[in-house]
Design a protein around this ligand. Structure first.
Ligand SMILES: Nc1nc2c(ncn2[C@@H]2O[C@H](COP(=O)(O)OP(=O)(O)OP(=O)(O)O)[C@@H](O)[C@H]2O)c(=O)[nH]1
Ligand SMILES: C=C(OP(=O)(O)O)C(=O)O
Length: 217
């Protein structure tokens, strides 16, 4: 039986140290690196907030600009505790979010659509813990838990780690949910799929970045 509402937890580290693999692109195009990271987060959070199966979105961050942005989009923010990296931050966010159905969502999914997230969360009622593998095939973009602790294993080869830890892999027609952005090629692929409002605005205001991403008209 489908479960909802879901609490969605989104991690966001300090902008100054985030998305370093995008720096060659932002540097070469003269784009504001922080603005790019924030735009990816904004489109991800906006899609989660707009998802009909989601009751609350909690962003785990110590970054004031990310917290401000999350608040403006209707998400709640909690501090980046216990300050021991991504997985402890997600566990903290999941505890703060509460509820029986909790999902950890990557913060770098600018092409995510609310209906895609709804389809994945709907499918996630199939097992107590489920996950969605990223487009590369090694990482994780969504980890879900219903009535059981989240036990996040994000990091290198996290898809394998989540599967080895008993979570069920989910597949479906949700290209925007798979397309996390780590590298310039990933951002190009997300732009090709169609990105949300904030990333689109950024491309309009940064013509050189748009050219680098093949998005210039
Ligand atoms: N709140 C919180 N989020 C984190 C932490 N570490 C990583 N994240 C977030 O988790 C996601 C994946 O992080 P990483 O793959 O380590 O780093 P990244 O910023 O995506 O990119 P790179 O610098 O290119 O490795 C990003 O959204 C980060 O902002 C942490 O300690 N606390
Ligand atoms: C940490 C992860 O994400 P990223 O692709 O941002 O490195 C992961 O997939 O587990």
């Amino acid at each position: 039986m489908a479960v909802h509402p879901w609490s969605v937890v989104v991690p966001a580290k300090r902008l100054a140290v985030a998305k370093t693999r995008l720096q060659p692109l932002t540097g070469a195009s003269g784009a504001d690196h922080r603005a790019v990271v924030l735009a990816l987060l904004a489109d991800t959070v906006a899609a989660a907030v707009a998802c009909p199966l989601v009751g609350s979105v909690v962003v785990v961050t110590d970054e004031p600009l990310a917290a401000q942005l999350a608040g403006g989009l209707g998400a709640r923010t909690v501090a980046d505790e216990p300050d021991r990296g991504l997985n402890p931050a997600l566990e903290h966010g999941a505890r703060a979010a509460g509820g029986a159905a909790v999902a950890a969502l990557s913060s770098d999914l600018p092409a995510l659509r609310p209906a895609e997230l709804a389809a994945a969360l709907d499918a996630a009622s199939a097992a107590p813990r489920c996950f969605v593998t990223d487009a590369q095939g090694t990482g994780t973009t969504l980890l879900t838990a219903v009535g059981t602790p989240l036990r996040p294993r994000f990091g290198r080869d996290s898809a394998r780690a989540h599967r080895d830890d008993g979570a069920l892999p989910l597949t479906g027609d949700w290209p925007g949910l798979l397309r996390d952005v780590d590298t310039p090629a990933d951002l190009r692929a997300a732009v090709h799929l169609g990105v949300g409002t904030r990333t689109s605005e950024l491309l309009r205001s940064s013509p050189t970045l748009a050219v680098h991403l093949g998005a210039a008209r």
